[in-house]
Structure formats: structure tokens, C-alpha cells
Design a protein around this ligand. Structure first.
Ligand SMILES: [Zn+2]
Length: 231
């Protein structure tokens, strides 16, 4: 009986939410074998200076669809994909010899938060910290300490030079007074969904350095040479 009910529920759910690959819309599973391949790459360093930035999935249309679903539609499965990829990257690529490490998200623009109804990186990063608690000795926590201090243009149509100018002094750091010492004592990893030219990460890095925080790495789910709409 129980099995029967489970099957009926499953059947109904698939009628309401037909299972379809998030990357290529093929029916069957939420990520087909071909699209899953993109998310199982070895993390690689996409930029070294002034700090190493790692990414896991190389850019493809199928990858960008998952990113946009996580970002613009709050799709839970897509958010989970990104969380798993970022956790994989942290576990295998970034230094592990710390007791504590802060994951600092790149802040979303206020208009994007209004449109999406949430800061899309936050549920992803809280899932990352959960995954990491079973994978690593390091205790990861999410620290929303970056704030936008100057409005920036949408980066998607800009050249890399324009991006650097656009992102200059874009962020400031707001530390909770009580935990200022704790932040100074522990390393920080800046996290974003996509890295394109690195200008956003570089700007965040400068703001964190100004407050003497130790940035050990940047991490992005996907490395994109193309201009997909970013935040
Ligand atoms: Zn697919």
C-alpha cells in the first residue's frame, strides 16, 4: 500500500513537474548524463593574480541555463547543482589547513534582489556549508560582509577594460563590530556564480584587503568567456 501511494505521488508529481533536464530540456532526469559531465570537471585556476580564482564548470549553453535557472527562477534543483559544484571545488582545490573559513558572496544589486525576491547566492552558500560540514575539517560559514557602495552598470555588454573601470571601488566591507577580530584571524574565500573577466572578484578583493582580511581564493561555479547576463 505504502509503495502504491509513493508511486501515485511520484506519478502526480511528474505530471505537475515533468522531469526534464535543466541543461538541455531532454526528458527523463533533472540532469541528463551529457549535461552532468560539465559539472564534474576538475576545478581549475582561471586566474592567478592577485589571488587564485577557481571555477568548476566550463562555459556552455547547458551550463548557463542551469546558472540562470538557479539565479532568476530560484529553481531549487539548479541551486543544488551550483552548491554541489562549489562544495566540490572547495573540497578539492582550495587550501584546507584552516579551522575556520568565511565564504563571502559577491552582493547582488538591490534591483536584482527585488526582482528575484532573494539574494540568490545565499541559499546556495548555506547548502555549501552543510555539504562541507561532512566533507572537511574546516568550518565554513557564510559572511555577508560586502556591500555595494557605488552603483555599477550591467557588465554583460562591456569589454574587459570597461568592466575594470565599472567595478572600481564598487564594494565596501561592513564588519559586525563584535566579530572584527574573528574576521581578521580567519581566511576568506570570495564566491560568485560565474567568473568572466575577474573584475568583480578583483574589486571585492581590494575592498577586503583594505580591511586587512586574508583572501585565500575566489570560487565560482562556472567560468564564462561569454557575456551571459550577470546579476
Ligand atoms: Zn541535458
Amino acid at each position: 500500500m505504502r509503495q502504491f501511494i509513493t508511486d501515485v505521488v511520484k506519478g502526480l508529481t511528474s505530471l505537475i513537474y515533468p522531469t526534464q533536464c535543466l541543461g538541455c530540456y531532454k526528458g527523463g532526469s533533472s540532469l541528463c548524463d551529457d549535461c552532468a559531465l560539465y559539472w564534474t570537471y576538475q576545478p581549475s585556476i582561471v586566474q592567478k593574480i592577485p589571488f587564485p580564482i577557481y571555477a568548476i564548470a566550463p562555459y556552455s549553453i547547458e551550463v548557463s541555463r542551469v546558472v540562470l535557472l538557479a539565479k532568476e527562477n530560484g529553481n531549487v534543483q539548479a541551486q543544488s547543482m551550483l552548491a554541489t559544484a562549489i562544495a566540490q571545488l572547495l573540497a578539492s582545490a582550495t587550501p584546507q589547513n584552516f579551522k575556520e573559513c568565511f565564504l563571502v558572496p559577491i552582493p547582488s544589486k538591490r534591483s536584482s534582489i527585488r526582482r528575484r525576491g532573494e539574494k540568490f547566492l545565499i541559499p546556495i552558500l548555506s547548502e555549501v556549508t552543510k555539504i562541507m560540514s561532512s566533507k572537511s575539517e574546516t568550518h565554513y560559514s557564510v559572511a555577508e560582509i560586502l556591500e555595494i557602495q557605488r552603483s555599477v552598470r550591467d557588465q554583460s555588454g562591456l569589454t574587459s577594460k570597461e568592466r575594470v573601470a565599472n567595478m572600481k571601488s564598487a564594494y565596501r566591507v561592513k564588519l559586525p563590530v563584535k566579530s572584527e577580530k574573528n574576521f581578521a584571524a580567519n581566511p576568506v574565500i570570495i564566491v560568485d556564480d560565474v567568473i568572466t573577466t575577474g573584475s568583480t572578484m578583483a574589486s571585492a578583493y581590494r575592498a577586503l584587503k583594505e580591511r586587512n582580511l586574508t583572501v585565500i581564493a575566489g570560487a565560482a561555479a562556472c567560468a564564462s568567456p561569454a557575456r551571459i547576463p550577470i546579476r
